[in-house]
Design a protein around this ligand. Structure first.
Ligand code: GLY
Length: 400
């Protein structure tokens, strides 16, 4: 090839333009990818709805045996199916999606009085919270307020936390990092009712978690067990991670999402600092593959011969897109670009199932609990929910 010696910069520019043009030709815009993915998601969820028995909610699907598993409304994931349908309705205005979400929400309604779980935020805010955001009604608002009241009964002021699981031989007052996700419901309740007690519980829980759940490297323990009489920490453990000392991938994503919500709701800069630190831990982890889908635990000794967790990737992508709005331009671009890469991977054939397969779920390859040999390398309702949310957030960001 003859080199252009007279105009080396012009030559280099031409070359760069050529490469960019070639890349653009082979890579569709992410907005186009997202529109295709959302259309496909609608098709999948419609099929899922047709095959779903009337009195239960989707849970997972086992591709090897081609068996679907469903749950009762008391399962912590029961709100994700109607929540995903609400997002898909928001995107498409297809009334049948709204109707099916409403049908599933009817099954969930009674959980507003469930004081036996800390997961009411997941269950009720992802479902009724989204329904109320799209079409507010007094009925939704009462259900949400009752749910916040039920959740608040699990708060212990001596410890400064909402209790996650009930006491057992293993622990007295376990608090899991996932619980950060239930606080959004409490902020909504204060805003709606004017009763600041919900807000105070959320802030106290987040502060206690910040103090006791995070390690110097900004990863978090999964479970912190407290002594309910003294408020002191008894033990720092895991339930779903590889080891007590390890960084369970979904736990890091829950923490990131949780502290982004804390910053949005309070504007206290210490939560923004924490969210940035967790983002840094996730994004720069040496075990993170180039496609941005983490292994199920950042410290699994079996990496790379172990399972990924698409749900952790979806949750982190959605959180990073919100976090990108609260930071300077350089950091914002960095977070958006990471989320873009994650969404592209999730939308690829490696993670997205063809329509008609995967039991109607959108994404493959999530890990529920590897130590519990439960839901390993399967689709999960919350992987789909946060993936859809991430795509909706990306579209909203690009509209501005
Ligand atoms: N909140 C339970 C989980 O993330 O598996």
């Amino acid at each position: 090839m003859r080199r252009n010696k007279k105009y080396p910069f012009a030559f280099a520019l031409l070359l760069m333009w050529g490469v960019t043009f070639a890349q653009q030709k082979s890579k569709p815009s992410l907005l186009l990818v997202i529109d295709t993915a959302l259309q496909q998601a609608i098709e999948q969820y419609k099929r899922m709805g047709v095959n779903l028995p009337a009195d239960v909610l989707p849970k997972t699907y086992y591709p090897l045996t081609k068996k679907s598993e469903t749950s009762k409304s008391s399962w912590w994931c029961s709100g994700f199916y109607p929540g995903s349908l609400n997002y898909l309705y928001e995107y498409s205005h297809d009334a049948s999606l709204w109707e099916e979400a409403g049908r599933a929400e009817k099954l969930l309604e009674k959980e507003q009085f469930n004081k036996g779980t800390h997961d009411l935020g997941f269950m009720m805010y992802c479902s009724f919270g989204n329904a109320n955001r799209l079409k507010p009604t007094k009925e939704y608002q009462e259900i949400l307020l009752n749910s916040a009241k039920s959740l608040s009964t699990r708060f212990n002021p001596v410890i400064g936390c909402i209790q996650s699981w009930n006491a057992s031989a293993k622990w007295k007052f376990p608090v899991i990092i996932d619980n950060m996700m239930n606080l959004e419901l409490l902020f909504w309740a204060t805003q709606y009712s004017g009763d600041s007690s919900f807000y105070k519980i959320a802030v106290t829980h987040a502060n206690t978690t910040l103090k006791n759940h995070y390690r110097p490297d900004n990863s978090s323990w999964h479970v912190v067990d407290y002594d309910p009489a003294t408020g002191k920490v008894n033990a720092k453990l895991t339930a779903q991670g590889y080891a007590d000392y390890s960084a369970w991938a979904r736990g890091q994503a829950w923490g990131l999402y949780g502290y982004v919500v804390m910053y949005r709701s309070t504007k206290d800069p210490k939560y923004l600092v924490q969210a940035n630190k967790i983002a840094n831990y996730i994004m720069n982890n040496p075990t993170l593959p180039a496609d941005k889908i983490p292994y199920w635990d950042y410290n699994s000794p079996d990496i790379p011969a172990t399972y990924r967790d698409a749900s952790a990737a979806s949750i982190a992508a959605s959180a990073l897109l919100e976090l990108s709005k609260y930071v300077d331009t350089k950091k914002s671009q960095y977070y958006i670009s990471f989320a873009e890469q994650t969404i592209r991977t999730l939308a690829s054939r490696t993670y997205t199932a063809p329509v008609g397969e995967n039991g109607g779920f959108i994404l493959k390859h999530s890990t529920g609990s590897l130590p519990g040999s439960s839901e390993v390398d399967v689709p999960l309702t919350y992987a789909d929910y946060y993936y859809i949310e991430a795509m909706m957030r990306y579209k909203a960001l690009r509209k501005k």
